[in-house]
Design a protein around this ligand. Structure first.
Ligand SMILES: [Zn+2]
Ligand SMILES: [Zn+2]
Length: 262
């Protein structure tokens, strides 16, 4: 089944679930919904194609450089390429999710990267579609920094596809406007009760917590977790969000205009 079908099915599922068990009452056509729909379509369907076209040239240059210094075989070790699908999936999930946890930390702690990541944190009404509100530069940063582990492990396309679908499922779930408690699973898998605190406004709770993408376990291990039982932040966003652009075009150009509020 192609990715678009999985994405459509998962989106429909969470749209229905949010109507049945909402955390906060908000209309389907909430503020910013049309921008988020545009983010969903562009980031899920076209961004990969555009970055893929650029990647071909960047990877060709990298391979030529590696050839020159006789390090190509050492770089593309592909230690997982002959392993079974379940083994690949588990190693891929752990290796990539941990790397992404580190990259997400950088997006918050390096000022120039934070300007791009602010697009995702401009969400004030949380729901599943917010999972797709992010700047294309952020994806470029993730791709570049994930390339070395991808070359080292050499996962098959089948494992990568399954990982992509799993990430979409957990991403939708963690951002969903759902009143659910997952019990002890909150220490392992990302969930709405944990991820909502990642989006808290500085006036409503501690910032720079809960960096987990699909797994939350890294935050509990490295003491960056925050998820008080039975509580939700009263406000989402960041300092200065009142003057931040509300629609996609303004948000996409904002990081390039030197807006430095944090
Ligand atoms: Zn973040
Ligand atoms: Zn988020």
């Amino acid at each position: 089944m192609i990715y678009s079908v999985w994405l459509f099915a998962l989106s429909l599922l969470f749209m229905v679930l949010e109507r049945l068990w909402p955390r906060a009452r908000q209309p389907i056509l909430r503020r910013g919904i049309w921008s988020d729909l545009a983010y969903l379509i562009f980031n899920s369907e076209y961004l990969g194609v555009l970055l893929g076209a650029v990647s071909i040239h960047v990877v060709a240059w990298l391979d030529r450089t590696l050839d020159l210094v006789h390090l190509r075989d050492a770089f593309y070790l592909g230690v997982m390429s002959n392993r079974s699908f379940p083994v690949q999936f588990v190693v891929l999930l752990l290796a990539f999710d941990f790397t992404q946890w580190g990259i997400h930390n950088l997006l918050h702690r390096v000022p120039v990267l934070w300007q791009f990541h602010k697009v995702h944190h401009s969400i004030e009404d949380m729901d599943w579609i917010g999972n797709w509100r992010f700047h294309w530069m952020e994806v470029a940063v993730y791709r570049v920094l994930l390339y070395p582990p991808a070359a080292f492990f050499g996962f098959t396309a089948e494992a990568m596809f399954a990982y992509g679908v799993f990430n979409t499922l957990i991403g939708h779930f963690a951002h969903s406007n759902l009143r659910v408690r997952v019990g002890v699973l909150k220490y392992i898998v990302n969930s709405p009760e944990v991820h909502i605190w990642h989006h808290t406004h500085p006036d409503a709770g501690p910032v720079n917590r809960n960096f987990g993408i699909a797994l939350s376990v890294w935050d509990w291990l490295f003491r960056t977790a925050y998820a008080p039982e039975g509580e939700d932040p009263v406000r989402l966003g960041f300092t200065g969000i009142e003057t931040y652009p509300r629609q996609l075009p303004g948000q996409v150009v904002a990081p390039f205009l030197g807006r430095q509020s944090i």
